[in-house]
Design a protein around this ligand. Structure first.
Ligand code: PGA
Length: 259
């Protein structure tokens, strides 16, 4: 199955604009779902937290799932401003993005990410864990950086919970409007083999091979196909292009058409 996840970050600025984008994606996404074999693709929209409930309502009878961009390390308590994973689940949220580099840049470290992952899987949410290096160098130290981040973020996660786990490889230098460029499919392929090896070391062959690895970082409708065919990606975590219904729909179609 290919997974196509839209990370809207703090956009759009109004609910009405968000609903418009979601409506267009729903139309095209539903068509893609219907055209494909059952379970061939899954589309997830992760809007800003304050739009999660209205979008869940809007997308209720569609194949498009709604995800959150963050959740807290525990289900309950006196934690002003935090979001309970259990409350998200109760609303109907299916996925949560954790460990995104933009949250890590705000001070979230691997220990907190690991705690959040455990709380999220306990609440029965599917976790999209983001990992990726800051820069690339000729010596290849970025492998060490990603390996360390991956292992530390997965600390304490039992093998039995890996069915809830998805990895998104997002090199930081490839993310956002200031990105140098997207990674190349061969960069992704190489890194996903490395990530896969780490997952197999940590969870064993069967569980390690079953965890999807997505690519994220300047994905658009022109480069998506290459990541699928040459890179072997299990799908995408899409930022900017997921706010453009036409572009995002073309990315969905690329995933739908891939084997
Ligand atoms: P981008 O963002 O597609 O705009 O580069 C990706 C992400 O941050 O998940």
């Amino acid at each position: 199955m290919k997974l196509v996840v839209g990370n809207w970050k703090m956009y759009p600025k109004t609910l009405s604009a968000g609903k418009k984008i979601a409506e267009a994606i729903k139309k095209n996404g539903t068509r893609a779902h219907l055209r494909g074999r059952r379970g061939q693709i899954k589309v997830v929209l992760c809007p800003p937290a304050c739009f999660v409930a209205p979008l869940l309502g809007q997308l209720k009878r569609s194949p498009i799932a709604v995800g959150a961009q963050n959740a807290f390390i525990t289900d309950e308590g006196a934690f002003t401003g935090e979001i309970s994973p259990a409350a998200l689940k109760d609303l109907g949220v299916a996925y949560v993005i954790l460990g995104h580099s933009e949250r890590r840049a705000l001070g979230e470290d691997d220990t907190v990410v690991a705690q959040k992952i455990i709380a999220a899987v306990k609440a029965n949410l599917k976790v999209i864990l983001c990992v990726g290096e800051h820069v690339r160098d000729d010596a290849g130290t970025y492998f060490t950086e990603v390996g360390k981040e991956l292992r530390a973020s997965l600390a304490g996660l039992p093998k039995s919970e890996t069915k809830h786990l998805i990895i998104a490889y997002e090199p930081i230098w490839a993310i956002g409007a200031k990105a140098l460029r997207a990674a190349l499919p061969k960069d992704f392929r190489e890194m996903s083999i490395f990530i896969r090896r780490n997952l197999v070391d940590r969870f064993g062959k069967k569980a390690g091979f079953a965890i999807p690895i997505l690519y994220g970082g300047s994905v658009d409708d022109r480069n998506a196909e290459g990541f699928l065919s040459l890179g072997g990606a299990d799908g995408f975590l899409v930022g900017r292009a997921s706010l453009d219904a036409e572009k995002f729909s073309r990315i969905i179609m690329a995933a739908q058409n891939s084997r």
